[in-house]
Write a protein that binds this ligand. Structure first.
Ligand code: SF4
Ligand code: SF4
Length: 438
């Protein structure tokens, strides 16, 4: 590493050095409690994935360049040169982290390793070593925001097809999936793909909501990359759309990190107060059932169903009761994973790992504990309201021969509302066009 690169990296560390980071770097007693909390360390035994060690890499650079003792007696104070090997280690340990924060839950000082790794990501990006695929995906999302007129016609055409699917599913040839509807109460930000649009459309239609579909997908690769500016620009596309349409509430699809970005991070990133409410899909479904806007038909599903708490929906956002309340309406045999709720094991797919082929083998290996947990329930259906978790558990299902179907919360509810088996998938081209009633 040359002097300019070194200056860039230490400059980023200096910029990110605030009271919170100093507290995290100072207070760790190296008790190692966090080692048993991290599914990655537990599965690999590799110190690189021990939560405290991940932060230690940053701590050593800090000691080397920002403390007198580290400057003059580096080996005594465990200070470390910011060389290429360190950056490689930092890359693996940082981009491998799923951001599940199970380590933080168990740490006696609540040290937030993911927060420290946010600084590590900024250092890596400054050194030109940000995760490449995440950089490309974030760049594509930013570009879409800048050139939305180029994409709009294609999106509107695709939406007509999805609308026909909806009409067929609910038997109403006049049902619509509105886009750019001014004065709508709700703006729904889906993920890319019909599977993320159809189930909520069924639910919103049955509840008679005044809603509109966002032109922009809720996923935020700027967040996974650790590039705050890109993350802010990507989220701002939805914020601007919500303001333009005058909605009261933005509902985020079943995507844990997308909810986290909009609910907890955007205002700090943008230094702007949101003028609308932010609601997770699990939250609105529970609300609609509770207030009687949708009625789940009787004749509950009797198969064993289990629920995987996505880290960003459960531990990091606190939605434990809402999904269980909904599932208990749908199924009579909901069997908990052990442990679950705040102690639930990460599935291994978060943090953008499912989008990074370089971590494929690692991801499957570190998901073995989750596979075992699910097998122990003997469930035939796993419900989880997060796309990353579903992709990961589906991959684990194949690898570890779990014999389950994996689905979302909206999917089971929408299926119940239209009288289908709750495990039926919502995919494009599965339905026939309805007869015109006129
Ligand atoms: S549990 Fe907390 S204090 Fe203990 S080693 Fe891990 S990060 Fe440090
Ligand atoms: S956030 Fe999760 S994956 Fe990352 S270090 Fe902590 S326990 Fe491990």
């Amino acid at each position: 590493m040359n002097k300019t690169e070194l200056k860039t990296i230490t400059g980023v560390l200096e910029q990110g050095m605030n009271r919170q980071l100093l507290y995290y770097l100072d207070v760790c007693t190296r008790c190692s409690i966090c080692k048993d909390a991290c599914h990655q360390y537990v599965s690999t035994g590799d110190v690189l994935f021990l939560p405290a060690y991940r932060a230690e890499l940053i701590r050593r650079v800090y000691k080397k360049y920002f403390t007198r003792s580290g400057l003059f007696l580096p080996s005594l104070y465990e200070a470390r040169e910011s060389d290429d090997r360190l950056l490689d280690e930092l890359y693996r340990s940082t981009y491998a982290c799923t951001g599940c924060r199970r380590c933080m839950y168990y740490c006696p000082f609540s040290i937030d390793t993911t927060w420290v790794l946010g600084v590590a990501k900024a250092m890596l990006i400054a050194a030109g070593k940000g995760a490449q695929i995440l950089t490309e995906l974030a760049g594509a999302a930013v570009s879409k925001g800048e050139n939305i007129d180029l994409f709009k016609d294609i999106m509107l055409d695709l939406n007509k097809e999805t609308e026909k699917e909806l009409q067929s599913l609910i038997g109403d040839s006049k049902a619509t999936i509105p886009i750019e509807k001014e004065g709508a109460d709700i703006l729904y930000a889906a993920l890319a793909g019909v599977h993320s649009i159809l189930p909520p459309s069924v639910i919103f239609h049955k509840a008679g909501l005044n809603w509109t579909l966002s032109l922009f997908e809720s996923a935020n690769y700027g967040y996974f990359l650790g590039d705050v500016e890109k993350g802010r620009i990507i989220a701002k596309r939805i914020v601007d759309e919500a303001k333009r349409l005058g909605v009261k509430e933005v509902v985020i699809s079943e995507c844990g990190h997308a909810y986290r970005v909009m609910q907890y991070l955007y205002e700090t990133w943008a230094k702007e107060e949101l003028s609308f409410g932010v609601t997770a899909m699990v939250e609105i479904i529970a609300r609609l059932i509770e207030e009687g806007s949708i009625e789940i038909p009787s004749g509950k599903e009797r198969k064993i169903v289990t629920y995987h708490d996505p880290c960003q929906v459960g531990r990091n956002a606190g939605f434990y009761e809402e999904p269980r309340y909904v599932l208990n309406q749908v199924a009579s045999n909901l069997r908990e994973l052990n442990p679950s709720r705040e102690k639930n094991w990460c599935c291994g797919g978060g943090g953008g790992l499912v989008a990074q082929p370089e971590f494929d083998e690692f991801r499957i290996k570190t998901g073995e504990r989750k596979a075992e947990q699910i097998k122990q329930t003997r469930a035939g259906l796993v419900v989880s309201p997060c796309e990353n978790c579903r992709l990961q558990i589906t991959a684990l299902n194949e690898k570890y021969d779990m014999g389950v179907k994996v689905t979302g919360l909206s999917d089971v509810v929408a299926n119940q509302l239209i009288g289908r088996d709750i495990a039926t998938s919502f995919e494009a081209g599965q339905t026939e066009e309805p007869e015109d009633e006129d």
